[in-house]
Design a protein around this ligand. Structure first.
Ligand code: MSP
Length: 645
């Protein structure tokens, strides 16, 4: 018989910057669930990925003087590295720049257009010309552009619209008849009362004001606007409208995990698109809360984002995974502090779990030569209650994790762990060990502990995939029939002849004060300190310097790049050759004034395409903190092509 399937997704993240701990939060939750379902025998598809199109990425690439594709490739490499470090076991990583995704989105757009669900009209909004961006009234800051503080103007842009309003009643009906569809319940009420019942407007699904997007096949100049592109990832990744074997196997998704701010897109726009396509809806959208710092959202501009890599480097990925899912109820917001993190590591991991394992294995080795328990064992008055407590908490844990109540599931496991530590104090093995006639009793106590630890170690596997292995090693088993999920329901399976061994301390205690002082609360990655550049300069050798080829060039032609207010394109004569170079200097030089200037050019820089123009080098410029900029040139007469060194 084929295995039942389970399809779980995270949002696809914007690769406009490095990801922070908030993004790790959703992904770790998805990973814990995916691992749990695999352990329960499901054929799991766990999807994550990146949402790579749009104006913001286009701009970031321009700032960095690379193509948008180069820009996202670089960030995506870092994201994949992060997931590897955090032991994220995704089955597929979708990028919206994947050819298959682009093809699917184009097919979806065309199908919806052909059947009349997408139509052409006019989008009107408040436009900031220098920033090339539309804003809504609410997004403005004192009536001006929120980015550059300049005046905005009302502009109309030809756009395609999706008939979202047509699906309003059907959506309400679906939500009301499927109470499990939007979780937690409070978010369902919010969607119905704040958005659906007041009425939906049609949704703009194409733009002409930027280029970095999936082109609309039948109308040049239009690119698919972000949400239609992004949401389709959940089915394009499965080969929808292409080689759709996975689609047939895994769709509809069992759950889309999303942060609360994008529940609306996933429970209104996404189901409406699927309804229009005549496809089944996901079974559930779970909108979790945010990790906040001092009550506010983390943001790059506030300089309070927490870098998960820093934390994982210091404390290991299992500790961070545990903290993320244990500290806050999954549906609610929770404050992130370094102190809370260290407290959890010290109390739950080092004290409760770490001590339980190390005390048990150390005593087994000390009292039974070689760490193997004898066959002759005797129980005690606490054993039955331990077994009962384990059975109860195993059941509750399964119920909780099935509902994505990760913190409760972990609490169930820790109820067992804490009870076991108490059991050690109650049975006092060190007293039993003093009298040879108590050996069977002592062996019985240690067996109860080792067997309970085996059960606990299996239960923590979805959350802490490294720690379970370490524990198995110490209690003398390896992955196999004694670590299968179902065995947690059967107390007493641990064979008698296992050999305990004392390994490394699985969670060493942290010196809190020392650590906090080093971490500089509340953030682990404080904004870059304002030290003079020379203090943080890393020295390079003369050989490093000579890797950069610098030459004198003469500007022979120069003009503005159409539709880009910061860019000039110049033809530069360098000795016998002429190069085309795009530079972000339009706000500092009039093209006519730039012609005839001698400048210093980096000539061995890899060419990049900027706004469709291949740029073959870089003009050196100096700029100050006030935004003044001048191109750098020779102080005296010098021929073009001369080497600068
Ligand atoms: N690209 C869209 C999603 C498209 S899905 C079809 C997007 N990307 S994002 O990079 O901004 O990521 C948002 C998601 O990251 C949130 O929905 C949430 O899952 C996670 N988080 C980002 N910051 C977070 C916190 N501070 N706390 C918890 N989760 C957070 O929106």
């Amino acid at each position: 018989m084929s295995k039942p399937t389970y399809y779980i997704t995270t949002p696809i993240y914007y690769p406009s910057n490095k990801l922070h701990i908030g993004h790790s939060y959703t992904t770790v939750a998805g990973d814990a669930m995916a691992r749990y379902k695999r352990l329960r025998g499901y054929d799991v598809m766990f999807l994550t990925g990146t949402d790579e199109h749009g104006q913001k990425i286009e701009r970031r690439a321009e700032e960095e003087k690379v193509t948008p594709q180069q820009f996202v490739d670089n960030i995506v490499d870092g994201i994949k590295e992060l997931w590897k470090t955090m032991d994220i076991s995704y089955d597929k990583f979708i990028r919206t720049t994947d050819q298959q995704h682009k093809d699917t989105v184009q097919k979806i757009f065309k199908k919806l257009y052909d059947q009349g669900d997408i139509y052409k009209s006019e989008y009107s909004g408040l436009y900031c010309t220098p920033c090339e961006s539309f804003y809504t009234e609410v997004q403005l800051k004192d009536g001006k552009c929120p980015d550059c503080d300049r005046d905005v103007e009302e502009v109309k842009e030809e756009s395609y619209f999706f008939k979202l309003s047509k699906y309003q009643d059907k959506l309400i009906q679906h939500i009301e008849s499927h109470p499990e569809f939007i979780q937690p319940q409070s978010r369902q009420n919010e969607m119905l009362n704040n958005f659906l019942r007041p009425g939906l407007e049609d949704l703009c699904v194409s733009r002409t004001s930027f280029k970095w997007g999936i082109p609309v096949t039948f109308d040049e100049g239009h690119v698919v606007y972000v949400w239609l592109d992004a949401l389709s990832n959940y089915i394009s990744a499965l080969g929808f409208m292409a080689d759709d074997e996975d689609y047939k196997k895994y769709w509809p998704a069992d759950v889309h995990l999303v942060g609360k701010e994008i529940v609306r897109f996933h429970t209104i726009i996404w189901p409406a698109i699927l309804m229009a396509l005549g496809e089944p809806l996901p079974k559930q959208v779970f909108g979790h809360g945010w990790l906040v710092i001092d009550g506010g959202k983390m943001s790059k501009s506030k300089g309070n984002v927490v870098d998960p890599m820093v934390l994982v480097d210091r404390y290991g990925s299992d500790a961070i995974r545990y903290f993320l899912l244990r500290e806050v109820a999954f549906g609610q917001d929770g404050n992130f502090t370094n102190e809370a993190l260290i407290n959890r590591i010290n109390s739950d991991l080092a004290n409760d779990l770490g001590n339980l394992v190390s005390r048990t294995t150390a005593m087994t080795m000390k009292y039974f030569d070689g760490g193997v328990l004898p066959a002759e064992q005797q129980g005690n008055e606490f054993d039955d209650s331990i077994k009962q407590l384990i059975a109860e908490n195993v059941t509750k844990m399964e119920e909780n994790i099935e509902q994505l109540f990760f913190n409760n599931a972990l609490e169930n496991i820790w109820t067992i762990i804490r009870r076991l530590n108490k059991y050690i104090d109650e049975t006092m093995p060190w007293v039993l060990a003093k009298d040879e006639s108590n050996k069977p009793k002592l062996a019985g106590v240690l067996y109860t502990l080792l067997e309970s630890i085996r059960i606990v170690s299996i239960m923590i596997e979805p959350f802490m995939p490294r720690t379970c292995d370490k524990i198995w090693q110490q209690i003398g088993i390896s992955r196999g029939k004694f670590t299968a999920w179902d065995t947690i329901h059967d107390f007493g399976l641990l064979p008698l002849d296992v050999k305990a061994s004392k390994g490394e301390n699985i969670f060493p205690r942290i010196d809190k004060d020392k650590e906090l002082a080093q971490l500089e609360t509340p953030t682990l990655t404080p904004p870059a300190p304002e030290v003079p550049a020379e203090e943080i300069v890393e020295h390079i050798t003369i050989d490093d310097f000579f890797k950069v080829q610098l030459k004198i060039g003469e500007v022979i032609e120069c003009e503005k790049v159409p539709k880009a207010d910061k860019l000039l394109v110049s033809k530069i004569k360098i000795g016998n050759e002429t190069r085309t170079i795009v530079s972000g200097i339009a706000q500092h030089y009039e093209p006519a004034d730039f012609v005839g200037k001698k400048v210093v050019v980096v000539t061995n820089l890899k060419p990049v395409k900027l706004r469709g123009i291949m740029s073959e080098g870089m003009i050196l410029c100096a700029s100050d903190d006030d935004g003044n900029l001048v191109a750098v040139g020779p102080l005296g007469e010098m021929v073009s092509g001369a080497i600068v060194k």
